[in-house]
Design a protein. Structure first.
Length: 173
């Protein structure tokens, strides 16, 4: 009587399967990539989770700041023009979005939900086939959950650089 196949690996087959060799170079590359991602994530958390300090808010220099409570970049006035990237103070909305709203990048290749234009807000979605953002109807609550953005600037800052050939880790990592 022949043994029946239950979907698992037999002991004989398991002994014949050899693991693929992993070179030390590949291990080091993955390790370094992990360190770079972790370092970048830590920097972003430090900058983005801290609201702009009251001492630096003023009325002299216009800029942008990230407000983690509402996951949004908003206009702000600052006492100094220190847009070095070391504080939650950005010269442009694009810099703010690219630094603090990176979690939205995972949505860029998703298909936008089909919504009725008569009952939804005009929003934008990233079309990876075209390489830019196009108009699409959606709900304001969809931003951050679907490939839908309230502003074209946010959509382009998050998604358009994916296909533009820019480095994934611009700080050398």
């Amino acid at each position: 009587m022949e043994p029946s196949y239950s979907g698992g690996i037999t002991d004989e087959l398991a002994q014949r399967i050899k693991p693929l060799p992993t070179s030390p170079i590949k291990k080091n590359a993955h390790f370094l990539k992990g360190l770079c991602v972790a370092a970048k994530f830590e920097n972003e958390n430090t900058i983005c989770k801290t609201p702009p300090s009251n001492e630096n808010l003023g009325d002299t220099y216009s800029g942008w700041a990230y407000y983690s409570r509402v996951d949004n970049c908003g206009r702000a006035k600052f006492k100094s023009n220190d847009f070095s990237g070391k504080t939650n103070q950005f010269a442009t909305e694009v810099q703010c979005v690219q630094t603090c709203r990176t979690h939205l990048k995972q949505l860029c290749n998703m298909t936008a939900p089909q919504r009725d234009r008569r009952t939804n807000y005009p929003m934008v979605t990233y079309d990876s086939n075209l390489g830019y953002c196009i108009e699409a109807p959606g709900s304001r609550e969809d931003e951050g959950k679907e490939n839908l953005f309230l502003r074209n600037e946010t959509c382009m800052a998050i998604c358009a650089d994916k296909d533009s050939g820019k480095e994934e880790y611009p700080n050398g990592c």
